[in-house]
Design a protein around this ligand. Sequence first.
Ligand code: GLN
Length: 542
Amino acid sequence: MARYIFITGGVVSSLGKGLAAAAIGALLQARGYSVRLRKLDPYLNVDPGTMSPYQHGEVYVTDDGAETDLDLGHYERFTGVPASQADNVTAGRIYQQILQKERQGDYLGGTVQVIPHVTDAIKNFALSGNEGVDFVLCEIGGTVGDIEGLPFFEAIRQLGNDLPRGECIFIHLTLIPFIGSAGELKTKPTQHSVKELRSIGIQPDILLCRCDRPVPEKERRKIALFCNVRESAVIQALDVENIYDVPIAYHKEGLDDEVLNAFGIDSAPAPDLTVWKRISTRIHNPDGHVSIAIIGKYTGLMDAYKSLNEALAHGGIENRVKVNLQWIEAEIFEQEDPGLHLQGVNGILVPGGFGGRGAEGKIRAAGFARERGIPYFGICYGMQMAVIEAARNLAGIATASSTEFSDTDEPVIGLMSEWVKGNKVERRHANGDLGGTLRLGAYEAVLDKDSKVGGIYGVRSISERHRHRYEVNINYRERLEESGLRMSGLSPDGVLPEIVELRDHPWYIGVQFHPELKSRPFSPHPLFVSFIKAAVEQSRLF
Ligand code: GLN
């Protein structure tokens, strides 16, 4: 039977619970255990699919097409275990299910209540489908004390009693701030946060304390005493330079030993941290650097492009270079010449996006990369903008555009109302709900044998994750190919262009899917490895 680790957070948000959970998962894996990571989000949206990136950061898409919290990206990147719809639930989805059952009369006239109905639904979610897994790590979103989090905390409290003794532990992530004027690290916020947790009936087994400097022995003792935890279970989580240093840093502080100890496991093998050491060494000892410009819309908010950031870093790790990112608002290029901002960059990347704002700027950036021979990587929206650019300026289709933001007479990018997934036809209705109307999740694509992408992947058939409504219009294939933009990857039925590449260019590739979602530090995505390699080569030209 699986053992359960519940991870909660206190004091402030953004302490990195997701990363902490992912790193603990990686450490347990390094000792030979199988893990599964799940996220319980207390907000009322059914999923983050319709939330603005400003609210929620990136929407992470799984193979089975779920739009999930970005923490699931950390889980996958650190453990390599593919996440699924069943790994993320929100209060909204729980209530949706309960209300549906209530309308169907399933409660047989009973009063439907938070306890036991909501808490039971949360518990069922956390416990289901864990057969054969050694450790299930469940992260509770938000911070202890949030009103909306209460049913979730209550549910995991109950699980503490429902599960066999010793099969479940609670880890609480807190902050030990340094107060400059006093010149001291302060333990009081942690004390209060644990008090809050204990008032709900949860006694943490381990405290993981985020801090920007070492916590002296005396303070640790104080925390242990006031929070009712063992001294050895007060673990300092010092800020690290790079997120991939976290597993090693936690191990050095004894976190994985403490976790196993809390379960009464004393016979676990020492962890094999070879891959993490290799990654860490490479990150800290690059042979050079490249500069990549990202032309986006949410450039002020790093979380909006979390996986992209990571995938580029993975490409750098593999090529032994540091990848410096220059985030540029696409709209700037609608007023100013791209050359003013893009001079000296070794690669240009236009990521995914929605709506019309900044579209013309992205099209200009794609044109600049094409004309100057600078490596260009267009992802989803970035591919669509590259296609519009080529249609207008290579194929001479002056009014080419996307129906997403114009009522053009030359829709090189347009809406498809149906497509084939496996053996099934999936349909979308223009007036359907906004949530869940996208082409989502893993789809196969077939690559042209003698194409650039064929060489990069080294296989003919690939599977990649999608999240978009619009498609490149296959009816323009001939005209685009004649002008030099090749459709080198198509859906298996040959109807949906999945990849385009420019013939006479060092590296100019657009993909309709999101390769960044499948890149891992220890298994970087081939497109990112190849793109960064091309950027390295470009940097040597000068
Ligand atoms: N807005 C575009 C579409 O819906 C691209 C989406 C994306 O980049 N994820 O097709």
